[in-house]
Design a protein around this ligand. Structure first.
Ligand code: MN
Length: 232
């Protein structure tokens, strides 16, 4: 019962999250869904989810993804989520599990690069291509031993592979809007009756996403160049 932990943690009479009771009918569709939900819970994090075997395999990424292949982002594996969760954007009531504001930050499909996904997951080295609105190209999730994780909750690292989509731009700052509704976390909280101030603390400072490129252009630590531009 892959969604047992998901169900155990939630009271569907209180939270608007999908119960996942309806069996997903995949039919002839051969594409696999991918979603990242930006979640301002007790701490801000990005929930990275890949459809596999009728559920969404899920990792909580505290700092969010980086397009820079030299940056490894901690990704703590969490319980599988129902496929319908990929469209959930809204407010989880305070006091409930994960209470806070959820944004569909990126959405699309993914393709395994590892020939045998089950084997890759077992070995802790899953290579894949993302076809999202924000994240594209080749990535890897590598399971680690040790830091960051708690027992029964393995730690992985999410790393961008070097390709034409690699970049030193900070995609979490430069692309802060919902992939579904173009809203910021504060907008979602306001419209969903949530804690607007708490949600807003997960959004970039006002105007920063619009001015970040020009601000960096004058900075000695300019980080907006495409990595491919300086490759030899
Ligand atoms: Mn979460």
């Amino acid at each position: 019962m892959p969604l047992k932990e998901y169900h155990r943690k939630r009271d569907f009479k209180v939270t608007p999250e999908p119960s996942g009771k309806s069996k997903s009918t995949q039919g002839a569709s051969s594409t696999l869904g991918y979603v990242i939900q930006k979640h301002r819970a007790s701490r801000l994090h990005y929930d990275f989810r890949l459809e596999w075997n009728g559920v969404l395999l899920s990792w909580a990424v505290p700092k969010g993804p980086s397009l820079d292949p030299s940056v490894k982002r901690l990704a703590m594996q969490v319980e599988d989520h129902p496929i319908e969760y990929a469209n959930f954007e809204g407010v989880i009531p305070e006091g409930e599990y994960g209470g806070g504001t959820v944004m569909v930050w990126d959405k699309g499909t993914w393709e395994p690069e590892s020939p045998d996904v089950s084997e890759a997951l077992r070995k802790g080295d899953l290579k894949f291509t993302l076809h999202g609105q924000k994240l594209k190209g080749s990535w890897v999730l590598v399971r680690t031993r040790g830091f960051g994780g708690s027992p029964g909750r393995p730690s992985w690292l999410l790393i961008k592979h070097r390709d034409q989509f690699a970049s030193e731009c900070d995609v979490t700052v430069e692309a802060p809007y919902s992939a579904l509704t173009r809203r910021l976390l504060a907008d979602i909280a306001r419209e969903g009756g949530g804690d607007v101030e708490k949600a807003a603390s997960g959004d970039p400072p006002a105007g920063k996403e619009a001015t970040v490129s020009s601000a960096r252009a004058g900075s000695p630590q300019k980080r907006t160049r495409r990595l491919s531009a300086k490759k030899k």
